[in-house]
Design a protein around this ligand. Structure first.
Ligand SMILES: [Zn+2]
Length: 265
């Protein structure tokens, strides 16, 4: 039974700045989604990933002020690790576990907002990668990458903060040097969620780490028991990349080199 305020939303947005033509998230108006029946190549050719976002529109959550989340999100924005491309497509997102498997996450299409507030946050109550369903509420729809965050949280209850950023230089340099999801696991797919969980589990002993999303060009995910620890881990790897990689921020486009998979999108 749907709550009166609950709605399925049709929104076109795209998390990734990958190569201009890349994937869009399409929140279908139907409660059903057929992505699970599509092949990887079909998803790629279509250029769209479809999942069902069941969103209950509410005011900002009362009594919740995630200062650390907002501080770190705005800090990552300053570095261009979260942001918006000239074509208006946002990228990057930050989340924080609340209780159980629920978490707070920055909203879809908020990448271009320089100072995020609680008006830009959604609570994910459930995310099911195999069914491509996200159940959320708040003033905005949850980020299109909620399922990736959910996969990381499932590795261990000790993980309480997750950050997803885009940076081509970091992605290229750390790919294969850090735990990396397979190229075949594309953004927004059940395969990516499974691959992220597999990468995060061995790191769960220390409950923090950084994972390269091999099939999601420019994408990396940091996590930890707090935003401070996840953020420090992320920025340490940001500072450690060789100088020749540092000029290549999100959205940087060049020909494939250094073993980069030109088809990674
Ligand atoms: Zn992304």
């Amino acid at each position: 039974m749907k709550h009166p305020n609950e709605k399925s939303r049709s929104v076109h947005s795209r998390c990734t700045p990958d190569q201009g033509h890349c994937k869009r998230i399409f929140f279908k108006s139907e409660r059903y989604c057929k992505l699970g029946q599509l092949t990887q190549s079909a998803v790629h050719e279509e250029g769209y990933i479809k999942f069902d976002a069941r969103w209950e529109q509410t005011p900002p959550l009362v009594g919740v002020y995630p200062k650390e989340l907002l501080d770190w999100r705005n800090r990552l924005f300053v570095h261009g690790l979260i942001g918006m491309l000239p074509d208006g497509i946002g990228y990057g997102n930050v989340s924080e576990r609340l209780r159980g498997d629920t978490f707070l996450i920055t909203g879809s299409a908020t990448g271009g907002v320089s100072e995020l507030t609680t008006e830009h946050l959604a609570m994910v109550e459930d995310a099911d990668a195999s069914a491509n369903t996200v159940i959320c509420k708040g003033p905005v729809v949850a980020s299109s990458e909620s399922m990736s965050h959910d996969a990381i949280y499932r590795a261990t209850p000790a993980i309480r903060a997750v950050m997803h950023i885009h940076h081509l230089g970091m992605w290229r340099y750390w790919k294969g040097r850090l735990p990396t999801t397979p190229d075949e696991a594309r953004y927004g797919t059940p395969q990516m969620a499974t691959a992220l969980l597999e990468c995060a589990r061995p790191l769960a002993v220390q409950s923090y780490g950084l994972i390269v999303m091999g099939g999601h060009r420019e994408g990396l995910i940091a996590f930890g028991p707090s935003h401070e620890i996840a953020g420090r881990c992320l920025m340490a790897h940001y500072d450690a990349i060789p100088e020749k990689f540092t000029v290549q921020g999100a959205g940087y486009v060049e020909g494939p080199s250094d073993g980069e998979n030109p088809d990674a999108c």
